[in-house]
Design a protein around this ligand. Structure first.
Ligand SMILES: Cc1cc2nc3c(=O)[nH]c(=O)nc-3n(C[C@H](O)[C@H](O)[C@H](O)COP(=O)(O)OP(=O)(O)OC[C@H]3O[C@@H](n4cnc5c(N)ncnc54)[C@H](O)[C@@H]3O)c2cc1C
Length: 502
């Protein structure tokens, strides 16, 4: 590869969520530069059609393009997501929420959870969840927009969207086309490369026409037509830690007002999602096919949905893991073509965003260097591994019965995750690493939700007199309760500000 490569033309292969988000971001980025962008999609092949729960980074993504939250909620039949409720994960009949927000008010020196642990060890403390505005709003199906300038950590929470994937892709598509992106609706039947399979040379379509560009972005979904298919980039399989490799998904009619959280309910060989939208509900059962069969998995899903089904359940098979390189030669993979872990923490679209962010950083000018490719690959690998470890903890920490859950409880952990767990258990320290999508309070929510408590808290938490600490804990609890009482229901919020009208 030459030292610097100019990019005057880009082909984005795939018109799913990943393809159109990439097209929207690149067309916005190169608005005033002569870069020709073409999206290739095949309406005959369609898209994966799932992927409707997000994390708050999605909002930053579309805000940079000029969209407002209310605009996107309305256009995508979206609802507000304050976090995920995990039902029956720790044990049957338990539940906890992982919020996009903080727990309590700490001091400069000592994070809040150490004070809470101290109170818990000395006479007791209210459950940790009662110090999280995000958890309390979510558990009571309330929603209001966070205030711009919070006066304390107690008021800090964030939110994401549940959206109709087809409507969101449509929004991104319209935006891209209005920015000059060209669209080819045709099936690629051959991807030509150089003799050593280091570079893509051209894309050949079913009618014999072809497309040749400087850079190819592979958003072709699970089969990774360009990076894996043509350039033969391998795959790191993480099935030893992430045992779920299949899913059934189906949409149903809503029964009752949409909650302001995703619900993830543990099942005997996997878990079931409930994603509320304004016009329907998304449901899916993610399962390990080595611990159950497809028929049982399908029945489990269908028998646990209250509303009328809107179509037959669709089946998916995947291998949890990532491509060993996301970028090779003149081809970058984004979306399912770069890897897929599983949907538990709604991170797949977030990894699309981080990939796009890295591309935009690389292309300050429409050119790139060999080092940019290396850097992109290194950071991508870390991002996937950090998310992988976060998801693994949900399985490892369970106290359920059943073969799959027992396997997960006994599995050996990746080194960094084991170290993180050990350090938390020893002294309540929550280690965070660069390129981690989930911060300290997210880890705390999972540790606490699975009743993982450290042996010691921070010694400086002892510097606060106990009666002063108890008084403050009580004050925080009452503040949170008051704010929740003053907030509208999620349903009222949607109806007032962003009702989907079809
Ligand atoms: C069961 C399940 C649940 C999920 N839940 C979530 C979730 O809650 N949150 C989340 O963030 N993510 C989730 N995901 C992941 C999410 O669906 C994807 O990250 C997202 O939809 C992006 O997919 P994509 O665009 O990479 O691929 P796809 O949607 O598969 O798009 C591939 C595109 O490539 C085109 N294409 C393929 N081959 C050719 C060809 N030969 N010629 C021309 N065009 C071609 C197709 O037509 C299509 O347009 C889930 C995934 C699964 C499987």
């Amino acid at each position: 590869m030459a030292e610097t490569l100019n990019v005057a033309s880009i082909a984005i292969v795939g018109g799913g969520t990943a393809g159109w988000m990439t097209a929207a971001a690149l067309s916005h980025h190169f608005k005033n530069q002569p870069v020709d962008i073409t999206v290739v999609e095949s309406s005959k092949l369609g898209t994966v059609g799932v992927g409707e729960a997000t994390i708050p980074t999605l909002r930053r993504f579309y805000q940079k393009l000029g969209f407002s939250d209310l605009q996107v909620l309305k256009a995508s039949a979206g609802t507000c997501k304050l976090g995920i409720e995990f039902r029956d994960w720790y044990k049957p009949d338990t539940s906890f929420i992982h919020p996009f927000g903080l727990f309590g008010q700490g001091t400069k020196e000592v994070p809040f959870h150490h004070y809470w642990l101290r109170a818990k060890a000395n006479g007791g403390a209210a459950p940790l969840e009662q110090f999280s505005l995000g958890v309390q709003l979510a558990s009571q199906n309330k929603f209001k927009l966070p205030i711009d300038k919070p006066t304390s950590q107690l008021e800090i929470y964030d939110w994401a969207l549940h959206f109709d994937a087809a409507l969101f892709a449509h929004l991104m598509r319209e935006f891209s086309i209005s920015n000059g992106v060209k669209l080819i609706d045709n099936e690629i039947v051959e991807v030509k490369t150089d003799s050593e399979k280091r570079q893509i040379s051209s894309l050949i379509f079913s009618d014999g026409t072809y497309l040749q560009t400087d850079l190819y972005i592979d958003c072709s979904g699970f089969h990774s037509l360009l990076l894996a298919g043509a350039l033969e980039v391998g795959y790191e399989d993480w099935s030893q830690w992430l045992v779920c490799n299949s899913a059934f998904a189906v949409q149903s009619e809503l029964v009752g007002p949409p909650p302001s959280r995703t619900i993830a309910t543990a099942r005997s060989a996997g878990w079931q999602w409930t994603i509320p939208l304004q016009h329907r509900q998304g449901n899916g059962h993610v399962y390990a096919d080595s611990f159950t069969d497809d028929e049982t998995a399908r029945n489990t899903l269908v028998s646990n949905i209250k509303g009328k089904l809107l179509h037959d359940p669709r089946h998916f098979r995947f291998t949890p893991g990532r491509r060993s390189h996301a970028w090779k030669g003149n081809c970058v993979a984004i979306g399912l073509s770069a890897g897929f872990l599983e949907p538990l923490e709604s991170t797949s679209i977030a990894l699309v965003e981080t990939a796009i962010d890295k591309l935009l950083m690389t292309f300050r000018q429409p050119k790139y260097h060999k080092e940019d490719v290396q850097r992109f690959n290194q950071v991508t690998a870390m991002e996937y591994e950090r998310v992988r470890d976060f998801i693994i903890l949900h399985y490892k920490a369970n106290q359920r019965s059943g073969a799959m859950w027992e396997y997960c409880r006994n599995m050996a952990l990746p080194e960094l995750l084991q170290d993180k767990l050990n350090r938390y258990l020893r002294n309540g320290e929550i280690v965070t690493y660069p390129w981690e999508i989930f911060g300290r309070d997210s880890w705390l929510a999972i540790f606490n939700g699975f009743a993982i408590y450290p042996q010691n808290y921070h010694p400086r938490a002892d510097n606060m007199p106990m009666d002063y600490l108890q008084k403050h804990l009580a004050f925080m609890q009452s503040q949170v309760s008051q704010w929740v009482a003053d907030s509208p229901s999620h349903n009222d919020f949607l109806k007032t500000h962003c009702q989907y009208t079809g």
